[in-house]
Design a protein. Structure first.
Length: 144
């Protein structure tokens, strides 16, 4: 189970890092997408893109740090597993909610959704939910 949390958090962090980089560095595909999505909201597309990039970067940091903490906790058997578990649950909830927001934006702000992005968001939601379930079980065992 701990390997699942490590592997899924690391993979989700790696996958989302590509999207954070594209938004923060202004890749052409990202710029065009945010021009399209900002119109219905009536906001500046550059602000929207950079704000989204910062949020996704925070999610990436949460997932990657959770993977690293998971690896450290497995190797060292530290006394601080409860705080790790709380952080890991928070990171996965944050990622899950961010991807729910991405799906809402994809279906409500785009003329036609990009299905690859929808599938990636759904995968991250699924793996985050699985991780939250695993981590809650770990937390219950630790509290006994």
């Amino acid at each position: 189970m701990k390997k699942t949390v490590f592997i899924t958090n690391l993979l989700m962090g790696i996958v989302l890092s590509r999207f954070a980089i594209s938004k923060l560095t202004g890749w052409e595909i990202s710029v065009k997408a945010f021009i399209e999505m900002a119109k219905p909201l009536g906001i500046d597309p550059t602000f929207f893109r950079i704000f989204t990039g910062i949020i996704i970067s925070a999610v990436v940091i949460g997932y990657v740090s959770t993977a690293i903490f998971s690896l450290i906790n497995n190797k060292a058997q530290l006394k601080y597993k409860i705080s790790y578990t709380n952080w890991a649950i928070f990171s996965n909830i944050f990622g899950l909610l961010t991807m729910v927001g991405a799906l809402i934006a994809e279906f409500s702000l785009r003329i036609q959704p990009k299905w690859l992005l929808v599938y990636i968001a759904l995968g991250i939601i699924l793996f985050s939910a699985i991780n939250i379930f695993i981590l809650n079980k770990q937390k219950q065992i630790q509290n006994r």
